[in-house]
Ligand binder design. Structure first.
Ligand SMILES: Nc1ncnc2c1ncn2[C@@H]1O[C@H](COP(=O)(O)OP(=O)(O)OP(=O)(O)O)[C@@H](O)[C@H]1O
Length: 172
């Protein structure tokens, strides 16, 4: 227990969060599809804060968004590893990239289906959420606004990476 809370362990933890944050911003700065997913996710999470849907529906939406974004990151990582191993045409390189892209496509199709099923009867007419439901337990407002703030922070750092332009291999 003591070693878990030691200064060195804390520094290591902070360092690994920083690397993960860099990875998110890098994927956003370099991958057009990632920017599309991020923008769509931002709009949908914002909708969850203003439209009256229940906690289970919000959980499903957040899970679907996380699945798309994490798979897009894994896809980016696989593309980079393949490109590092070979710049030649190789059938296995094609399989690796195509299968990774297919994983993202399935997650994105699932997210569209989830968004449709959750929102289809809430938009016409719009079922607005009351401020009270955002602020009472389980504090939906805090969770959603926290996620939106994280997304803004990652986007800000991605813009910084693009402006700096160093070590950024854009694609898509
Ligand atoms: N080294 C390779 N050998 C064989 N096929 C490849 C190779 N590199 C890419 N491909 C094929 O070209 C497709 C596009 O690859 P590329 O690396 O350009 O991805 P991308 O268009 O940047 O992907 P994304 O849309 O995710 O950014 C792959 O899905 C694969 O079918």
């Amino acid at each position: 227990m003591h070693s878990v809370l030691s200064g060195e362990a804390m520094k290591g933890l902070v360092r690994s969060f920083r690397y993960a944050f860099n990875g998110m911003a890098y994927a956003l700065a370099t991958q057009r599809n990632m920017r599309v997913h991020f923008l769509a996710a931002f709009v949908v999470i914002f909708l969850c804060t203003v439209i009256s849907i229940n906690v289970l529906q919000i959980t499903t939406v957040l899970f679907s968004i996380a699945l798309v974004i994490t798979l897009e990151m894994v896809n980016t990582a696989i593309e980079h590893v393949v490109d590092m191993v070979t710049s030649e045409f190789h059938p296995l390189a094609k399989v690796a990239k195509d299968v990774a892209a297919a994983a993202v496509l399935i997650a994105a199709a699932n997210a569209v289906a989830v968004a449709y099923l959750v929102f289809y009867d809430k938009l016409n007419p719009i079922h607005w959420r009351t401020l009270r439901t955002l602020l009472q337990p389980p504090f939906i407002g805090v969770v959603l606004i926290g996620v939106l703030c994280l997304m803004v922070a990652v986007s800000g750092y991605a813009v910084h990476l693009r402006l700096r332009g160093k070590d950024v291999h854009t694609s898509g």
